[in-house]
Design a protein around this ligand. Structure first.
Ligand SMILES: Cc1ncc(COP(=O)(O)O)c(C=O)c1O
Length: 347
């Protein structure tokens, strides 16, 4: 089965990561890192702090960004308190809020002809009306693939100053790799938490490494998230090896950008379908409603798993994770034969 339903990076991690695995020593496995004796959490937090231009105490480490999101929501959202989230987004945002008895209020993304977009004005109006304790924004958003422009992000973080703002950047890297806006945002907005992960762009989902940059007022979370005995040393070594391999990942990023174009072109030729513009390693595609169920059957019979949805908004959509170039070719060929021969809309 080819799994294109979970937004993993199927190119796999950089060769340097495999060298790490080959050279793991007994000591690395059996001894705590003791990096705390140097006054830092770990070599990884130190490295990230240097790369991002943020003080090391404001870099938090976690087992993937799911873990940090959970910690942040559990730390700041109490029963009956409101969290403002995107309506069309990762299902887990609502689930984690309900774990603590929080009340989820959602803002809608606008569906334009070929992309989704945030409505910044409406988000602010809703924010002012409900005064949430926590606001969640995602860039790029899953499953719609759209991200924020820098100026919109500034406007929003400025408007949401009175709340804890969590910016989920799990899909950072596939569009642009520049890191320079984090330090400015974290310096200015003391309640802002930016979540990042090594799962997606760096293809290390199995190693479970995530991190966050935390604004200076989030000291409660900083204490909550700290681990006196250290973190997973092997996973951290893998993450460091990934950071040491920018050329490898730049190539993947560029290849995926041009592969996304292939998907836009393919669906652009198929009437009745829309492939929404994405800044992530997946594309959301709307197909004629009557094609959903045969398409699901066809793909699964052909060994291809993509994501179909239960939500009303996306019930005639599928989300396809971009694989390697060969895997993408295989999917496009399968889709072509489905739409050509299985009663799909003709080109
Ligand atoms: C929007 C979003 N955020 C966060 C995550 C969590 O990723 P991880 O816990 O592997 O870092 C995912 C996973 O698919 C996601 O789609």
């Amino acid at each position: 089965m080819l799994y294109l339903d979970r937004n993993e990076n199927l190119y796999g991690p950089a060769p340097k990561c495999f060298e790490v695995l080959r050279s793991v020593t007994l000591e690395e496995l059996s001894i705590y890192s003791r990096d705390f004796t140097r006054g830092v959490k770990s070599r990884l937090s130190e490295r990230l702090a240097n790369e991002l231009g943020i003080p090391e105490p404001q870099i938090l480490l976690s087992e993937g960004s799911e873990d940090m999101l959970k910690q942040a929501v559990h730390c700041y959202l109490g029963p009956g308190e409101k969290i403002l989230c995107p309506d069309q987004s990762w299902w887990y945002y609502r689930a984690v809020a309900s774990e603590v008895g929080g009340e989820t209020v959602t803002y809608r993304l606008k569906r334009l002809s070929d992309r989704y977009s945030y409505d910044v004005g409406e988000m602010i109006t809703l924010y002012e009306k409900i005064s949430p304790r926590v606001v969640l924004i995602a860039s790029p958003n899953n499953p719609t693939g759209n991200s924020f422009r820098d100026d919109d992000l500034q406007t929003l973080t400025e408007a949401f100053r009175e709340s804890i703002v969590i910016l989920d950047e799990a899909y950072w890297g596939f569009e642009e790799q520049a890191n320079n806006r984090i330090a400015g945002l974290i310096g200015r907005y003391r309640n802002l938490l930016i979540l990042r992960t090594f799962s997606k762009f760096y293809a290390l989902a199995g190693a479970r490494v995530g991190y966050a940059a935390a604004g200076a007022s989030l000291s409660r979370l900083t204490r909550f998230a700290s681990r006196y005995l250290g973190y997973n040393r092997i996973s951290e070594e893998l993450a460091l090896a990934a950071l040491d391999s920018p050329e490898y990942y730049d190539t993947i990023g560029r290849t995926m950008q041009s592969d996304r174009e292939r998907f836009y072109e393919f669906f652009g030729r198929l009437s009745g379908t829309t492939c929404f513009r994405s800044q992530a390693n997946f594309v959301l595609v709307r197909v004629p409603a009557e094609a959903v169920s045969p398409l699901r059957k066809f793909l699964s019979e052909n060994g291809i798993a993509v994501k179909f949805f239960k939500e009303e908004e996306f019930k005639d959509c599928l989300r396809i994770t971009l694989g390697t170039r060969d895997q993408n070719e295989l999917v496009l060929t399968a889709l072509d034969s489905f739409f050509r021969f299985e009663g799909g809309t003709s080109s």
